[in-house]
Design a protein around this ligand. Structure first.
Ligand SMILES: NC(=O)c1ccc[n+]([C@@H]2O[C@H](COP(=O)([O-])OP(=O)(O)OC[C@H]3O[C@@H](n4cnc5c(N)ncnc54)[C@H](O)[C@@H]3O)[C@@H](O)[C@H]2O)c1
Length: 256
């Protein structure tokens, strides 16, 4: 049986855990050849594909990862970015003014600049292949209350990247987003600049029941529930779609 991504060559940035890890598994199951960029060397060591260990907020790491993918597979058809960090719902009232600059810079470097750097580094290879880019948004970019002021504004920025890049890069390259709802069994961390990097969103007490309770479909989603939407957007079956977003969020939009 043929896979949806047979012959496709993909780079997944932030592939070591959570949604990115599920994307690697789904892409591989659908016949893609996958390479990865991951910050954490332990997670990188667990991946069964060519991996560059590096910081996706930097130009150098992204250029190295694209070069490694092209060297391994002879080109690149798909770029996925799943890098992200959280702010544990801190509002502007709670944010310490002394830490605001550093927290803003960290949030926007990880959640936004990493996405832009990976796109920039992959452009020549994706132009050659007339490829596809899938960036990771969030329900936070569509509904209030799904993060603090820094996280929400960073995810609106990723939403903006999808629109701006889809407009700019057509017709050669398609650019779409996936906007996951709250997700179980990921390693999503808080901002180091706010002293929250030891805290995992997944460890919130009662999270599974809370996630299921907040959406019409009554589901607590896992990485795999999102990964098949990345497969669709990466495949030629979505060949007419650019500047779009798949809302894998249990139906937030029909909550009423
Ligand atoms: N977990 C949720 O509830 C949820 C909901 C909506 C959207 N998201 C978004 O989904 C994406 C994936 O989140 P996740 O929950 O799977 O978290 P995760 O922490 O499990 O996955 C992120 C991966 O990126 C890696 N990473 C982090 N910073 C990096 C950097 N600078 N360079 C390279 N790699 C880096 C991490 O080590 C990890 O492997 C993020 O953009 C997040 O904002 C998550």
């Amino acid at each position: 049986m043929s896979g949806w991504l047979d012959g496709r060559r993909a780079l997944v940035v932030g592939a070591g855990s959570g949604i990115g890890r599920a994307v690697v598994a789904a892409f591989t199951a659908e016949g893609a050849r996958v390479a990865a960029l991951e910050l954490d060397p332990v997670k990188a060591g667990e991946l069964d594909c060519p991996v560059v260990v590096g910081d996706a907020t930097t130009r150098a790491a992204n250029e190295e990862a694209v070069a490694a993918a092209v060297a391994a597979y002879g080109g690149l058809d798909v770029l996925v970015n799943c890098v992200g960090v959280f702010d544990f719902y801190q509002g502007v009232s709670e944010l310490d003014a002394d830490r605001l600059d550093e927290a803003f810079e960290e949030m926007f470097a990880v959640n936004v600049k990493s996405h832009l750097h990976s796109v920039k580094a992959a452009l020549p290879a994706l132009r050659d292949s007339r490829g596809s880019i899938v960036l990771t948004e969030s329900t936070s970019a569509y509904y209030p209350g799904r993060g603090g002021v820094l996280y929400v504004s960073s995810k609106y920025a990723v939403r903006g990247l999808v629109t701006a890049l889809a407009h700019e890069l057509a017709p050669e390259i398609r650019v779409n987003g996936v906007a996951p709802g709250g997700t179980l069994n990921t390693d999503l961390r808080g901002l180091g600049s706010l002293g929250l990097d030891g805290r995992r969103l997944n460890d919130t007490p009662g999270r599974a029941a809370e996630l299921a309770g907040r959406v019409p479909l009554r589901v607590a989603l896992s990485g795999a529930d999102h990964a098949w939407s990345y497969v669709f957007l990466a495949s030629t079956r979505s060949g007419g779609v650019t500047g779009g977003v798949v809302h894998t969020d249990g139906g937030m939009g029909v909550k009423g």
